[in-house]
Design a protein around this ligand. Structure first.
Ligand SMILES: [Zn+2]
Length: 473
């Protein structure tokens, strides 16, 4: 197990480091690991990666005549608990050849240069392209479909574990791969995907890009997970023990605290583990039983997000409803690490980002990426202190052009990092909400949350209600 432990530790460290970085800027793409628990409900989501799969479970869980393929078996179990799953599907791995089969029980179990699902040489048994009826059934039964890459090819190199893997080399290639699956599902099944998880969570795309750039273009949020269901772990040689390894963490967490899984996203597999077995079928049944006994409702990841969008703001917070509605309408009000940080001071750059319509930000971003990939020249930035690659540039230029954020000084500087004062926000309301009545009291939340460092600085919670009135009008 040494290699797996090491890989997990490296992964954990990388994740922690990225998470701290990811709290700095508001982002159209948020990495959703979990959401804040609601006060009167226990909600949890489960994601199933690498299907849909018609390969039979191994070992079989039914008599020879009643066998169901793996995805159908998972659907049957989910449905019997009225649970909704999120299926993180692939298109097909049938074009991932030439390749060699690796070693069962090792990271190369499904292939050396590529992944093959459900297994090497049997690619047609999995993926939306060849298993369209399964994808149709997932949707028809009220579950969710997320984009796990058409070919399940890694976005960039990852030397530690997947050193021999073929990977994408440009942002354009990643976008084309994601679009192929998005369009297949949209055209064949009339379904719009909203979430995506990169194969093996590899985020770096050569050329200085990341999965967030690709997801921004696709208008997706990043579907991560906070709790490992363990369905990928190679077998210890005894099926019952493999199942126990998957169910014990849930059992122990709930015994310690019945609320432990509230708002969490559990990672599961819609495929074989590294030993070509499917303990997930047995483990899912007992996992759902424990969750249901503890009063949990298992919902899709998108439902979870619609009910509680961020990690750090629960429904007991007085601004929760304004925050929830804005996030649900696609406004960019949260940070990349899926926090809202209600008590953080608002900057001018952030105010621009939070009020420009999401479709404007999206279309502008898409045309910039298209221009760059086609080698066309990109127009010069409007402000000296807001360079081309500034994360809020598009929003700042749109807001300034609309006259919403004034006080731009004579040297063509916008001052994106300056804090917004109550006077400045009142001026903003005067132009942004001209002609309509917006109720705003800068002192409404005095005494709630962490007090502002200076009385003349507004926190995000102090303006979000007014923004909801304007943006959602
Ligand atoms: Zn995968």
């Amino acid at each position: 197990m040494f290699l797996y432990d090491m890989a997990r530790k490296v992964n954990h460290y990388r994740k922690m480091r990225r998470k701290i970085q990811a709290g700095k800027y508001l982002s159209p793409v948020r990495r959703i690991e979990r959401t804040a628990p609601l006060s009167k409900k226990r909600l949890v989501a489960m994601t199933f990666d690498d299907g849909p799969s018609s390969a039979f479970p191994n070992p079989p869980v039914r008599g020879a005549e009643e066998q169901l393929g793996l995805t159908e078996e998972l659907l049957y179990i989910l449905n019997s608990y009225k649970a909704k799953g999120t299926f993180d599907v692939i298109g097909t791995t049938e074009n991932n050849y030439p390749d060699n089969q690796g070693k069962v029980g090792d990271f190369t179990w499904s292939g050396v240069r590529f992944d093959h699902y459900p297994e090497f040489g049997k690619d047609k048994l999995a993926g939306v392209k060849n298993q369209l009826e399964l994808a149709q059934k997932i949707i028809a039964e009220g579950h969710e479909i997320a984009n796990h890459g058409y070919r399940h090819m890694i976005f960039g190199p990852m030397k530690v574990v997947y050193g021999k893997r073929t990977h994408f080399n440009t942002l354009k290639e990643v976008i084309e791969d994601l679009s192929a699956l998005h369009q297949l599902v949209n055209e064949q099944l009339n379904y719009k995907i909203r979430l995506s998880r990169p194969p093996h969570y590899i985020d770096k795309i050569p050329g200085g890009h990341t999965s967030y750039d690709a997801y921004h273009y696709m208008n997706y949020n990043y579907l991560a997970a906070s709790f490992d269901g363990g369905g990928w772990i190679p077998s210890c040689g005894e099926y019952a023990q493999d199942v126990k390894v998957m169910t014990d963490p849930i059992k122990q967490a709930l015994e310690k605290n019945p609320d432990a899984l509230n708002g969490q996203i559990i990672f599961q597999k819609d495929g074989f583990n590294m030993s070509l077995q499917t303990p997930v079928t047995t483990a899912l049944e007992s996992g759902l039983k424990m969750l249901s006994d503890a009063g949990y409702e298992v919902v899709t990841a998108s439902e979870l997000l619609a009910l509680s969008p961020f990690e750090d703001i629960g429904d007991v917070d007085p601004v929760f409803e304004a925050v929830r509605k804005l996030a649900d309408s696609g406004y960019v009000i949260g940070y990349k690490n899926n926090t809202f940080q209600p008590d953080r001071p608002v900057t001018r750059g952030e105010l621009a980002m939070m009020t420009v319509a999401p479709e404007i930000l999206l279309n502008e971003y898409r045309s910039l990426v298209d221009m760059a990939t086609e080698g066309r020249g990109i127009p010069a930035p409007m402000f000296k202190d807001v360079p081309l690659n500034h994360p809020y540039r598009i929003a700042i230029e749109k807001a300034a052009a609309a006259g919403w954020l004034t006080r731009v000084n004579a040297e063509r500087k916008f001052r994106p990092d300056d804090f917004v004062t109550p006077i400045e926000f009142a001026e903003f309301l005067g132009t942004r909400a001209a002609g309509s009545n917006v109720e705003w009291n800068p002192n409404e939340f005095k005494g709630i949350g962490v007090p502002p460092e200076k009385p003349d600085i507004l926190r995000r919670r102090d303006i979000i209600g007014a923004l909801a009135q304007i943006n959602l009008k």
